[in-house]
Design a protein around this ligand. Structure first.
Ligand SMILES: [Zn+2]
Length: 614
């Protein structure tokens, strides 16, 4: 690619979007060719929503009628991706764009109408005896395509109550979001962020973003301690309120589990995806027994940082100072090269992402922050980045590319109804792409410092995406069990629970800090989405397990693993996640699958010690 118009982001100044060469911006014409074409698609969707009502009352007639309704539903769904994303992606390019925002909101209104217009579909379908639909599927191959969708709907139905029961639950539904809403109000709107003075005399207000940045970059331990204590004191000062809100979350979850006839809150949370509770229990038990590499890493950090006392505010500072800039043009070629182990076809797909402008690379004035991969059904995925030439940005690109390849292969291979996938498998391809990229970068690194920096990046992602998330899952499970066993939930019990977990996972490698037990109060996931974070850890374990075979020196093992992995990506959402992973050779109920992560951490630590010469 000619580099005559190459572009580098300058820090501190935000450029206008049109100052960035077109080849670094995404080309949305693959979704539709301009706003006029978009309006036509919008009208088409609008019309198909209107005509969907004609299917109401027909489902129980025969196989052909049910099939026709399913297909109409799919057509509507497929179209809605293009209508939504064309407006939403335009809006994210520059969120000050009122036209794009208005169109995006127009689609949201249409979606609400779509939801209303199809609300009758599942209840009417569930009125038909499952045995009847099964007979229809035997006789009608085209209807049989929908087998998993139908079976899983009936599976969910197992815990649906009669009409009176469901009505009562729907009244209670208004209360469901109160604990999370109160949490968000107290933590954002009503939050008084503390101000601190650094040793240099600089004063600063600690928002969460600034707090994290300080812990990651400030090499003065006293400053980190000041920030940590001020930040956590804010939560400690309101710990009784936070505990009351968290008790609200726990009581709500237990109320719903009991009302619907589940044995526990964990059962209730896992039933939809048909995941056995033993998976979460196995994850926690095995990880707790495999904390030695985690402790070894923190002992190493204590030594390298040369601190007397090593505390939770010391775990994020980099061990080596090594500022490499990763120019985007070179990184693109490395990303393509890094996926070579997955075969030439996969590699060609990745190359297309760069050549066909699927990626919006650099930050510009008004652009949405962060990064994502957008699964636009009917064309190819798109990726939004805010690429700033740091190592983090490079790995973010590798990560989003993994999501995009999952989308691409799934959309290609699956009918619309199974084109999407659950979070339980979603973070496998993204973290696997990161792992492959790390391998290549380590091979190519020019110096010991660069290798050490890469190794630390990989190790930190294991500690934060695996160990910390398992510890969080452990906390959630134990806290829910408090209410299930009719134990009181107070700030004191929650603090004691968290302090116990810090001891279980870190032992004595991290020195005690009086405010640490209140950490639970600042984890939004606990309040917003209970029993969610464990999935980051199970995905990480799945990736570690798959990578063992993909890195195998034996050709046969390697080829077999790659074939199974690509089949997993192509399978999309065509079965329950555990079944899909099992077919890919990953059995999350086995201790060894979970242990693959600590084995990996041990290997990386050995290499890091070598590079640091200790
Ligand atoms: Zn991701």
């Amino acid at each position: 690619m000619p580099s005559t118009d190459s572009f580098h982001p300058a820090s501190g100044q935000l450029v206008a979007r049109d100052a960035i060469p077109a080849r670094y911006t995404w080309d949305l014409t693959a979704i539709c060719d301009g706003w006029e074409a978009w309006s036509a698609l919008y009208r088409e969707l609008d019309a198909s929503i209107g005509s969907f009502a004609a299917f109401q009352g027909t489902l129980a007639r025969d196989a052909a009628s049910l099939l026709a309704a399913f297909r109409a539903m799919d057509e509507m769904g497929a179209l809605s991706y293009r209508v939504w994303y064309y407006a939403a992606l335009h809006y994210d390019e520059d969120q000050r764009n009122n036209d794009a925002n208005a169109r995006r909101q127009q689609v949201q209104i249409l979606f609400a109408r779509q939801q209303q217009a199809s609300a009758w579909f599942h209840p009417e379908l569930l009125q038909i005896p499952l045995a009847t639909i099964r007979d229809w599927m035997v006789a009608n191959g085209e209807l049989a395509v929908y087998r998993f969708a139908i079976e899983s709907l009936f599976h969910e139905q197992e815990h649906v109550l009669d009409e009176r029961g469901e009505r009562l639950l729907s009244y209670a539904g208004r209360l469901n979001s109160v604990p999370a809403d109160a949490y968000s109000a107290l933590t954002t709107a009503d939050m008084k962020f503390p101000s601190i003075e650094l040793e240099s005399g600089v004063e600063m207000t600690l928002t969460y973003g600034q707090y994290r940045a300080l812990l990651e970059t400030n090499r003065n331990q006293a400053d980190r301690a000041t920030a940590y204590r001020a930040f956590h004191q804010t939560y400690a000062d309101r710990q009784n309120t936070y505990a009351a809100m968290y008790n609200g979350v726990l009581q709500r979850d237990w109320f719903h589990a009991r009302a619907r006839g589940y044995a526990s809150t964990l059962d209730a949370a896992l039933h939809g995806n048909d995941i056995p509770t033993s998976v979460v229990e196995n994850l926690i038990a095995v990880t707790k027994g495999a904390v030695e590499p985690l402790r070894r890493y923190h002992r190493l950090r204590r030594r390298v940082l040369g601190v007397d006392r090593y505390q939770l505010f010391d775990v994020f500072v980099p061990l080596v100072q090594h500022d490499v800039r990763y120019a985007y043009d070179e990184v693109g070629a490395s990303i393509v090269a890094s996926v070579a182990p997955l075969g030439a076809e996969y590699q060609r797909h990745v190359a297309r992402a760069f050549d066909e402008r699927w990626i919006d690379v650099f930050e510009n004035a008004g652009k949405r922050s962060g990064a994502y991969s957008a699964p636009v059904y009917g064309t190819h995925p798109y990726m939004l980045l805010n690429y700033n030439e740091t190592l983090d940005a490079v790995f973010t690109l590798a990560h989003e590319m993994g999501h995009s390849m999952h989308t691409l292969l799934s959309h290609e291979a699956q009918p619309f109804v199974y084109a999407g996938y659950t979070i339980f498998v979603a973070e496998v391809p993204s973290t696997l792409n990161e792992a492959l990229f790390l391998d290549l970068m380590l091979e190519r690194a020019a110096s010991r410092e660069e290798r050490a920096m890469l190794l630390q990046h990989a190790i930190d992602s294991i500690t934060s995406t695996f160990y910390t998330q398992v510890m969080f899952a452990d906390f959630e499970l134990q806290a829910h069990r408090l209410v299930e066993h009719e134990q009181p939930v107070t700030a004191e019990t929650l603090n004691a629970l968290y302090a116990g977990l810090l001891r279980d996972y870190y032992g004595d490698v991290i020195d005690h800090e009086p405010l640490s037990p209140v950490t639970w109060a600042r984890i939004p996931h606990f309040f917003n989405s209970p029993y969610y974070v464990y999935q980051y850890a199970t995905c990480f374990a799945s990736t570690a397990r798959l990578m063992q075979d993909i890195r195998s020196p034996e050709n046969g093992v390697r080829a077999d693993a790659v074939a199974r992995y690509l089949a997993l990506l192509r399978a999309g959402g065509s079965d329950y996640p555990m079944a899909l992973l099992k077919r890919a050779g990953v059995d999350l109920s086995l201790p060894d699958t979970v242990r693959a992560v600590s084995v990996e951490l041990d290997t990386l630590l050995g290499r890091l010690e070598h590079e640091l010469d200790i």
